[in-house]
Ligand binder design. Structure first.
Ligand SMILES: [Zn+2]
Ligand SMILES: [Zn+2]
Length: 350
């Protein structure tokens, strides 16, 4: 084990503060990276506050990790020293179930191991995330971060990016398709860029008048104020797919009714309460209400390469780690355009 600087929280009531944690010494196929940047995802905040009831303290969050390879195990083949690399949400899985064998590690029968707050098979404790200066991971779960992407603005692709790329691809967003994006936040703003790059006609729905212009600037063909019934009525039975990125309670029936037949509203946000689906919202037009959760390892690399070819990154506010508690407060209020990323060089000055 070796010592690593990190930021952790001791309980759901406490702030993040500097600590020293331990990471495992490298095994044969492990790589070690110096973390350069780590994005702040809404699920970091949920886990810090124990909103899902499963948090083990102390917790070190962070799963949008970009760094440079500083050490490799003797059997590593994918990476060499100095490579730009990335780690996302998943750092281990059984490797042999039906899902792992079909590149869907996120649905592993034994449960995927996540980059933080998951049982760590190597140490017997829990995994510690990217709010730290170093990470160790089996190379199988590490990505090549394209050098052409800005590594700070690219960090949010590791969770926000794959979370929207996977369903857009699965539900075949592309040329000839009208795709709705519900909500413009960390997920929604990247989804607009990706759906547009896939060739879809993109319609954004937002309840904030102030975000209408921003949606268009981000590449949306149309932006609709969801609180204006007249505007909404124009889109009835008009869309093939709607990606729902909203993490608060909302009426999904309104959006199911905007679908063409066989269309889906796909939830990627995490509202804490159950959502109600009316029978006629789905039986009419054979519509579906579905969900999607991150993506597999191969698909995440594919997404990074897709973004590199089209120069897609997130819009970020770069902060120092000493500002992380303030950033969490602002994130809770939705006060960020559109993702906080921590410049991990700031951790060196602790
Ligand atoms: Zn996330
Ligand atoms: Zn598995």
């Amino acid at each position: 084990m070796y010592k690593v600087r990190a930021y952790s929280a001791e309980s759901s009531e406490s702030d993040l503060s500097p600590v020293t944690i331990e990471r495992r010494n490298l095994e044969d196929t492990d790589v070690q990276m110096e973390i350069l940047y780590c994005g702040i995802c809404h699920s970091d905040l949920h886990q810090l506050k124990n909103d899902f009831g499963v948090t083990v303290y102390p917790i070190v969050p962070g799963h949008e990790i970009v760094g440079r390879i500083t050490k490799i195990g003797p059997k590593v083949t994918k990476f060499k020293l100095g490579d730009l690399a990335a780690v996302g949400c998943i750092v281990d899985s059984c490797g042999k179930c039906e899902y792992c064998e079909s590149n869907l590690e996120q649905f592993c029968d034994e449960g995927a191991i996540f980059s933080f707050n998951s049982p760590d098979k190597h140490t017997g404790g829990v995994t510690f995330g990217g709010f730290s200066d170093s990470y160790v991971c089996d190379e199988k779960y590490v990505f090549h971060m394209p050098e052409s992407l800005d590594p700070a603005a690219g960090a949010p692709l590791l969770c926000a990016g794959i979370t929207v790329y996977s369903p857009l691809k699965h539900w075949q967003a592309g040329s000839g398709k009208k795709v709705g994006i519900l909500g413009i936040g960390g997920l929604g703003h990247v989804a607009i860029k990706m759906a547009k790059a896939m060739g879809a006609h993109v319609v954004v729905f937002t309840s904030s008048p102030s975000k209408i212009e921003d949606a268009k600037r981000l590449g949306a063909d149309e932006a609709v104020l969801s609180t204006d019934a007249d505007q909404m009525n124009k889109y009835a039975r008009g869309l093939h797919l709607i990606l729902d990125t909203v993490s608060a309670k909302h009426d999904v029936n309104t959006y199911l009714n905007l679908l063409r037949h066989d269309g889906s509203v796909v939830l990627v946000g995490l509202p804490p309460e159950p959502l109600e689906v009316g029978a006629f919202s789905v039986v009419s037009g054979r519509r579906s209400f579905s969900g999607s959760n991150i993506g597999g390892i191969a698909e995440t690399q594919e997404m990074l390469d897709f973004c590199a070819e089209r120069n897609i990154t997130a819009e970020i506010e770069l902060i120092k780690i000493q500002e992380v508690n303030k950033a969490m407060e602002r994130l809770e209020k939705g006060d960020v355009k559109y993702r906080f990323v921590i410049d991990m060089a700031s951790l060196k000055y602790e």
